[in-house]
Design a protein around this ligand. Structure first.
Ligand code: PXP
Length: 237
């Protein structure tokens, strides 16, 4: 089966927040991603609101026609927002204020009860819950105890591997975790750091239904649109 692509539009909002203005608009970017065939839209509402704002989330809830996946930390504030907004998928991620991006998977093993309690609240509002974890057997077994419907396997170590051997080792961990997850009846997605060079090998792993990709797509969109944007401006001069 073909792997589905969900597009993360956080970095469109990052660009907008650089001027605190209203462009570029992540909601418009989401519509264009859907028109191009994306199966879902992903946004991370961070505690510090550094890119996506609550207004974006509300507008996306009203406009996304595929699936809206809200990434969030397991906090009371976020659980309340998710239960009010009702995204199609909630993905629980770790969050540190100083980090540039989500650095590792959620430590489900070290925090199983709190995460399971959060998932229970989300599920009681009818939400579908995924947890972002490292491709690690212990994190996987702990995740299976939480009541989550899905795990998103962190592909960052694979993406950052320095050589072919390292990449193969990381790919094996992702493959093994996918098998483990399926044996626990957890559905599987993956993401982080995937780009036009490294995505194919991950997309070929049986059992991974969908990939969540942001930075490389937004980066390519900026550069592939640069020539047209400049020509449009020159035409006005
Ligand atoms: N999955 C999760 C849980 C993430 O936090 C992110 C980054 O926001 C992604 C996928 C997408 O990663 P990237 O922007 O590197 O494609």
């Amino acid at each position: 089966m073909k792997t589905r692509l969900n597009v993360n539009v956080d970095h469109v909002a990052t660009l907008r927040q650089a001027r605190r203005g209203d462009e570029p608009d992540p909601v418009t970017a989401a519509t264009q991603a859907e028109l191009a065939g994306a199966s879902g839209i992903v946004v991370h509402l961070r505690e510090d609101r550094r890119h996506i704002q609550e207004r974006d989330l509300l507008l996306l809830r009203q406009t996304v026609r595929t699936k809206l996946n809200m990434e969030m930390a397991v906090t009371d504030e976020m659980i309340e927002i998710a239960c009010e907004t009702l995204p199609d998928v909630v993905t629980l991620v770790p969050e540190k204020r100083q980090e540039i991006t989500t650095e590792g998977g959620l430590d489900v093993l070290g925090d199983t009860e709190r995460i399971a309690a959060g998932i229970e609240k989300l599920k009681s509002s009818g939400l579908f819950v995924s947890i972002f974890i490292d491709p690690d057997p212990d994190q996987l077994s702990a995740s299976a105890q939480t009541g989550a419907h899905m795990v998103e396997l962190h592909t960052g170590s694979y993406a950052n591997a320095r050589d072919e051997t390292g990449m193969m080792m990381e790919l094996d961990k992702i493959r093994k975790s996918t098998e483990d997850a399926l044996s626990h009846r957890l559905r599987v997605s993956a993401g982080h750091g995937l780009n036009y060079v490294n995505v194919t090998a991950v997309s070929q792993i049986d059992g991974i239904e969908e990939l969540n990709i942001g930075h490389s797509i937004i980066s390519r969109a900026v550069l592939s649109g640069m020539g047209k944007a400049v020509r449009d401006m020159i035409n006005l001069l």
